[in-house]
Design a protein around this ligand. Structure first.
Ligand code: FE
Ligand code: FE
Length: 400
């Protein structure tokens, strides 16, 4: 009896994680073939604005699957138009292959929400469910419970361990905009994306005026960070006017300072590797702190910002010795913009407009205290920044 895997998804874009999952399923389930089926629009999500045409997603999946003779790509859901429902696809395949054993592949999220799908009973009557499980400990119990629950309802469920790669299409689209997605793109897919200018992979964002820069930045941020970033920009402009810095530079550094913050630790390391940046020991050990460094790299290479702006972004989390006026402004604005809410923030807000070095010092002290309370390592730059402030203060007192 022929064993056929069915692997649907938006594949927006297809990435090496999809292909690893497909290959692993072929091996583990001893499939004779696996059919990848790009969805017209998956029922559970609208595609993000600016997504490629359905035909382009189909083309990319074909390129990704090309090296694997067992993988076929079907346009059956794209041809059907409108919303794709998995039960329709399974019924269509059942008709086409009446004697085959069908395996429907899905990720853990989809598996746990299986009852919300349209007509799940038709799916389980015609196919074995194959869950691609990445090994997250937190999900283990939920998956076991759901497996038992569905089996009690007569479903057949297989778990396929697939520990390879943890990348979402959302993160991949960010990496494409930052020009560092190569490690996650199957052969040929990267070239196709660039040739067709998809996912902002070839957009020219150098020196955009603020009204054009803002929507570009907003699209790349985590939605829950947007208010903070805009608050930091507006605060930085006010502080620049108060202290005599260039308000346009302050606005640009403010809006770009967290531009790579949505990338997790491993993806921060990917960006550094793709940009050919060599990391110091602290950065290697604390990849989550790297967003200041990677943000500066992106500000320079993708947005064409000048050095003053780039260095303000570079130093916004740790500070450093002998900071420029703009560096101090971004450091402090990031700390006390209107969305921030913690004990001591009011004092910081007051100092930001009355004593900039005092605000910087308070910010650094609070950071050190906070890290100590959480038993986290302090970066050498923060210690040097404080030592430098102490030193200049002593000097000034002497001169008086
Ligand atoms: Fe930050
Ligand atoms: Fe920030």
């Amino acid at each position: 009896m022929e064993r056929i895997g069915v692997y649907g998804g938006t594949f927006n874009p297809p990435h090496t994680g999809h292909i690893h999952g497909a290959v692993e399923a072929i091996r583990a389930l001893r499939l004779d073939r696996l059919i990848m089926i790009p969805a017209h629009v998956a029922p559970h999500k609208e595609l993000p604005e600016g997504s490629p045409e359905p035909e382009q997603r189909l083309e990319m999946v074909k390129l990704a699957a090309a090296p694997f003779p067992e993988i076929e790509v079907s346009d059956m859901e794209l041809k059907r138009e409108g919303t794709s429902y998995t039960y329709q696809t399974i019924l269509e395949l059942r008709e086409r292959y009446p004697d085959a054993k069908l395996f429907l592949l899905m990720g853990t999220d989809m598996f746990l929400a299986f009852e919300n799908w349209a007509k799940p009973e038709l799916i389980v009557a015609n196919a074995t469910i194959a869950v691609l499980y990445r090994g997250e400990k937190g999900e283990r119990d939920a998956i076991a419970t759901q497996k038992e629950h569905l089996e009690n309802m007569g479903a057949r469920v297989k778990i396929v361990s697939n520990e390879v790669l943890d990348i979402s299409s959302t993160q991949l689209r960010r990496l494409l905009a930052f020009r560092c997605a190569a490690p996650f793109l199957p052969n040929g897919v990267g070239a196709y994306i660039r040739a067709n200018g998809l996912y902002d992979s070839t957009a020219d964002w150098k020196n955009l005026p603020m009204e054009q820069l803002e929507p570009v930045v907003v699209k790349l941020l985590n939605p829950n960070r947007v208010a903070h970033v805009l608050g930091c920009r507006d605060t930085a402009v006010k502080m620049a006017l108060r202290w005599g810095a260039n308000p346009a530079d302050a606005a640009r550094a403010g809006i770009l300072h967290d531009i790579t913050k949505a990338l997790d630790g491993p993806l921060q390391l990917t960006l550094c590797a793709e940009y050919g940046t060599i990391l110091d020991e602290f950065g290697q050990k604390n990849p989550k702190t790297l967003h200041a460094l990677t943000g500066a790299l992106v500000a320079e290479r993708i947005f064409g910002e000048k050095q003053e702006v780039v260095s303000a972004i570079r130093n916004h989390t740790t500070g450093k010795a002998n900071m420029t006026l703009l560096e101090k402004i971004i450091y402090v604005a990031d700390y006390m913009e209107p969305c921030r809410n913690f004990p001591g923030v009011e004092k910081l807000r007051e100092l930001a407009f009355s004593d900039l070095d005092g605000a910087l010092r308070l910010g650094l002290q609070m950071t050190l205290e906070n890290l100590a309370n959480r038993a986290l390592e302090v970066s050498p730059e923060s210690r040097e920044a404080l030592a430098y402030l102490d030193q200049t203060e002593r000097k000034e007192k002497k001169e008086c």
